[in-house]
Design a protein around this ligand. Structure first.
Ligand SMILES: [Zn+2]
Length: 222
């Protein structure tokens, strides 16, 4: 049965109906996406962001955040518009591209960057979970939802600002298990300074110093 008759699909960017073998996005919008093509570039700008900060094997992002306003609107919708399914669809498009170049080779687990539980309960979702789910559904790689958790920072509220900022920057995340897989993919929505993911990498390295870590985001604002 052709389910598209019962559930007509529309382009996630322009909302026009999809035709033929278009999936989630129409050909016209796909051609206008500000793709980074980082996964085909050695020492790409996403990887350069982590140089000297975090020891990662590779990093990639789907599209530039700063150019192409329709993509920027889509990311805004994911973060603040109560539309995390959009993150799932965008990530599915990218995952299918990455599979073609064997980018996910040997990755044993997908780890979404956690939101603090207070933030997650006020928003109702963590968009990085939807990104992880899309990659998992496309590749079959399992997700470790709670491997990393965000520490509460309420204790440090009484400390002076400079010290608090220092503590927050080096010690935000912890790993919940005594062991981790040997090759992990950390995923998030937007890569900006890389400091959040750097903290996650440090937390994983405390448990498994030889862990190979890869990074994927759907937007790059670095
Ligand atoms: Zn479109």
């Amino acid at each position: 049965m052709d389910w598209s008759i019962l559930f007509p699909q529309n382009c996630i960017i322009c909302n026009n109906s999809l035709c033929g073998n278009e999936k989630y996005i129409c050909l016209h919008c796909e051609n206008k996406l500000p793709k980074t093509d980082f996964h085909n570039k050695i020492d790409n700008p996403a990887e350069q962001l982590f140089m000297g900060k975090a020891d990662i094997e590779k990093a990639t992002s789907f599209c530039f955040y700063n150019s192409g306003s329709s993509f920027r609107d889509a990311i805004h919708e994911i973060k603040y518009g109560n539309n995390p399914r959009l993150a799932y669809k965008i990530t599915t498009i990218y995952s299918e591209e990455l599979i073609k170049v064997d980018w996910f080779k040997d990755i044993e687990a997908i780890v979404p960057v956690p939101l603090h539980f207070i933030k997650e309960s006020s928003r109702g979702y963590n968009q990085s979970h939807w990104i992880a789910k899309a990659i998992s559904d496309t590749t079959g790689i399992p997700i470790l939802y709670n491997l990393i958790y965000k520490k509460s920072n309420t204790k440090s509220q009484t400390l002076n600002n400079l010290y608090r900022r220092y503590i927050n920057s080096i010690d935000k995340y912890s790993v919940s298990k005594a062991h981790t897989p040997n090759k992990i993919l950390i995923v998030d929505d937007v890569l900006t300074s890389g400091s959040t993911i750097t903290s996650c990498v440090e937390a994983i390295r405390k448990i498994n110093p030889s862990c190979i870590i890869c990074v994927l985001t759907i937007a790059f604002a670095g």
